[in-house]
Design a protein around this ligand. Structure first.
Ligand SMILES: *[C@@H]1O[C@H](CO)[C@@H](O)[C@H](O)[C@H]1NC(C)=O
Ligand SMILES: *[C@@H]1O[C@H](CO)[C@@H](O)[C@H](O)[C@H]1NC(C)=O
Ligand SMILES: *[C@@H]1O[C@H](CO)[C@@H](O)[C@H](O)[C@H]1NC(C)=O
Ligand SMILES: *[C@@H]1O[C@H](CO)[C@@H](O)[C@H](O)[C@H]1NC(C)=O
Length: 285
């Protein structure tokens, strides 16, 4: 009977609001969770407190900081972008505590040292977009870096791609302009979701004639490597649309399977191979 009393009813609503507000106040600062704010301040410090991040201070809510986005419901940091600030530092370890991160973009700085193993789904389960291009990162790509969109262009990475990449689900892999070696054929497969692959200017060695092109693949840019074999016939299959196709400066051989893409992409996309022939290159003898 008590709850039919309008006074008690509004009191219990008010009480409920106060309880929720109190819970939110202990958990979040403005919109952002305190532990994420602490992690971001540790990131800022590890990056040498760059002037461009002066807005990142403890008296402002961290979801409003430049380069930071949050989920408005949970107050968790979902996106961190610290790009093109010429920052010279290793990748900050405190990023591992931003466990709701979906997008991390630290491109075009002077970051050095290895790619830390926490940058992957084991530690950051929601991370689907990782951009570290245009830095000075060294060492091998860690086996844990199985992030759906993986952009590591223009670093000093060495070694071969981790075997874990064979069973990982990728949409985009861009590792051009590094010093990577060995096999990259594990990225291919008819059932893979991969739609963009850039391997340019590394030292990859594998047989392109033996790979199955993923159905969604519409960008294959693998110039300046040591890829051998032939161009798979599936490259010219009716219905396959290429946004970009470049196999120049490899060790490929044999007739180029003819299709719309051979009209669209000129000889320079096929040049510099061992014995590729047919349009847009000279005819096979
Ligand atoms: C924090 O940043 C805000 C916004 O830029 C600024 O107004 C405020 O003075 C800063 N506080 C401290 C303690 O640096
Ligand atoms: C925010 O987080 C909630 C709870 O995890 C989730 O249901 C929601 O989809 C998220 N919102 C966005 C925009 O991602
Ligand atoms: C980038 O930082 C380096 C030192 O780390 C400095 O020598 C260089 O001038 C900076 N470049 C720009 C464009 O600020
Ligand atoms: C992550 O957060 C915990 C708890 O606040 C802290 O003890 C730890 O040092 C943080 N890790 C890093 C790498 O900053």
């Amino acid at each position: 009977m008590e709850h039919s009393n309008p006074f008690h009813h509004s009191m219990s609503i008010l009480l409920a609001i106060l309880v929720v507000a109190a819970a939110a106040a202990t958990k979040t600062d403005g919109l952002c969770v305190k532990s994420d704010k602490a992690a971001l301040l540790a990131v800022k410090s590890a990056l040498g407190n760059p002037p461009a991040l002066s807005v990142w201070n403890s008296s402002t809510p961290c979801c409003s900081w430049d380069g930071v986005s949050c989920n408005a419901t949970t107050g968790r940091v979902t996106e961190l972008t610290v790009m093109a600030l010429n920052i010279s530092a290793p990748v900050p370890a405190a990023i591992a505590n931003l466990t709701a991160l979906q997008t991390l973009n630290l491109a075009y700085n002077q970051l050095y040292g290895p790619i830390p193993s926490f940058l992957g789904p084991a530690v950051l389960p929601d991370l689907t977009f990782l951009r570290l291009d245009g830095n000075r990162l060294t060492g091998a790509i860690p086996p844990t870096a199985t992030v759906f969109n993986l952009l590591l262009v223009g670093n000093l990475l060495t070694g071969s791609l981790p075997a874990t990449f064979g069973s990982a689900v990728f949409g985009e892999v861009d590792v051009a302009d590094n010093q990577l070696t060995g096999d990259a054929s594990m990225l291919f497969g008819a059932k893979k979701q991969l739609n963009a692959l850039r391997l340019s200017r590394n030292r990859f060695v594998f047989d392109l004639g033996r790979v199955e092109l993923p159905e969604a693949l519409d960008l294959l840019v693998i110039d300046h490597n040591m890829v051998y074999g032939s161009i798979p016939a599936a490259a010219a299959a009716p219905g396959r649309k290429w946004l970009a196709f470049d196999v120049s400066y490899n060790q490929l051989c044999g007739p180029i399977p003819q299709g719309r893409y051979t009209h669209r992409f000129g000889a320079k996309h096929f040049a510099g191979n061992k014995c590729l022939c047919d349009r847009p290159l000279p005819p096979c003898s």
